[in-house]
Write a protein that binds this ligand. Structure first.
Ligand SMILES: Cc1ncc(COP(=O)(O)O)c(C=O)c1O
Length: 430
């Protein structure tokens, strides 16, 4: 029998170091003039990792959660043999989030977005009466829909209509989950805009994206899983990024692991990647600019259309904010890299051939940059490399199954009327 008590923690504002209590759903320090993330400071400095049947909550000592929800799975880390040999890496560890039964990884929405969904929803206060709102290009929506449906948590999802085929499920989704969409031709940015309009109503609660400590600490479990299996903090961390939230989370998990004292004091280099030609963080990084550079709207949209890894198409990532991507990559001594569709497709094929499972386009981008880094000798092949395979096993999972799709209750134009969005979305939860 698992006995669970809410995790004890408080919050710290990154830009000024101020510490304060979580009012329940605090996303930033009130009245702080500088854009800044807040971080969790956990009471327990040494993590006690629970048995695997706790799912993601095996890492609950370092998750800001009040309750444990049903149906979760944790990321799984294993030492690669075939791919490692092929690349000439002595210590390649793969952290897999998805469906890979041979490796005991059973995330049925097939991406690491499940880690954040179980953490965020586990943070919701019991007395909450608002409807949680999440905007997504696909994987996040699928993860939140599953978690909220299975645990009967009211949820409003906002997704671009072009990405609706990402909303497949093994079972029908409960009525407590409603979907709205930005019409065809729109992207993730339009879905965010739509959700922001709905959020003007106090019926709704913003999930908060990168600002939500539960989201980041949920994603940080990938690094906790790796350190737990390896016994030490990796030297390099490869991940494909759209918002970069996962990489910021990795950096924060690295700090906690150093504080734990049992995993060494390595500063893991964040080797983050984008899918060329959509590379706004790469451009800013190469100019050593804390601000994102101007990116023409029409050009950005056409780049999004070109890339395979649509989930990496975030035009407003938490890059310059204190404690965000710029700070994380800089402090870690890492780099921002890119790979194009051809390189990523070859990498995915290689992974399938050598590791025996299909992977999503995003982790294929990460693997392609690892392949290039080895080829160009920009990393030391004897060091510990963690490849964060952020999504995979989807083809395996879907094979031979009848799938259910979540249909939008409402589809809005790209320049929606605020009043109509509020009125119509409120009515969905009447
Ligand atoms: C499979 C997959 N990999 C990587 C990413 C990028 O994640 P991040 O939010 O850390 O940029 C996403 C985002 O949706 C994703 O779905």
């Amino acid at each position: 029998m698992k006995s669970f008590t809410p995790t004890r923690y408080h919050l710290q504002n990154v830009c000024d170091g101020d510490e304060f209590t979580d009012a329940g759903w605090t996303l930033e320090k009130p009245r702080c003039a500088t854009p800044s993330l807040v971080r969790t400071i956990y009471e327990k400095k040494q993590i006690d990792v629970k048995p695997a049947d706790w799912g993601i909550y095996r890492f609950a000592d370092w998750l800001p959660v009040r309750r444990m929800l049903r149906g979760s799975a944790a990321p799984m880390t294993y030492k690669s043999e075939e791919l490692a040999r092929h690349l000439g890496l002595e210590n390649l560890y793969i952290t897999f989030s998805g469906y890979f039964p041979e490796r005991d990884c059973l995330m049925t929405t097939c991406s690491f977005k499940e880690t954040e969904a179980y953490s965020v929803c586990g943070r919701l206060p019991d007395e909450n009466r608002q409807v949680l709102v999440v905007a997504s290009a696909g994987n996040t929506a699928r993860a939140f829909a599953k978690v909220c449906s299975e645990n009967r948590i009211p949820l409003l999802l906002s997704v671009p209509a072009d990405n609706l085929d990402a909303l497949w499920f093994e079972e029908p989704i409960n009525d407590c989950v409603k979907l709205i969409a930005a019409e065809r031709g729109g992207d993730y940015f339009d879905a965010i805009h739509l959700s922001n309009l709905a959020l003007k109503s106090d019926r709704f609660l913003a999930e908060g994206g990168a600002k939500n400590v539960a989201r980041r600490d949920g994603m940080g479990t990938t690094v906790l899983s790796a350190a737990h299996v390896i016994g030490q903090i990796p030297d390099y961390y490869f991940q494909a990024v759209g918002s970069g939230t996962g990489a910021i989370a990795a950096w924060e998990a690295n700090m906690r692991l150093k504080g734990d004292g049992r995993f060494g004091d390595t500063q893991m280099k964040l080797m983050v990647s984008q899918n060329h030609p959509f590379v706004p963080m790469y451009e800013a990084w190469m100019q050593d600019s804390r601000e994102m550079l101007p990116y023409d709207d029409a050009l950005a949209r056409s780049h999004v259309e070109e890339i395979d890894a649509k989930v990496l198409s975030n035009r407003k990532p938490p890059y310059g904010i204190a404690g965000g991507m710029y700070d994380a990559v800089k402090a870690s001594g890492g780099q921002v890299l890119w790979a194009d569709n051809t390189e990523a497709r070859q990498a995915a094929d290689l992974f399938q051939q050598l590791e025996g499972i299909d992977i999503h386009p995003a982790p294929a981008v990460a693997l392609a940059t690892l392949i290039k880094a080895v080829r160009d000798q920009t990393i030391d092949s004897t060091k510990i490399v963690m490849l964060n395979v952020t999504g995979g096993g989807e083809q395996r999972f879907k094979a031979g199954k009848k799938l259910f799709y979540l249909e939008p209750s409402l589809v809005f134009p790209l320049n929606p009327d605020e009043g109509q969005v509020i009125e119509q979305t409120e009515r969905l939860f009447a």
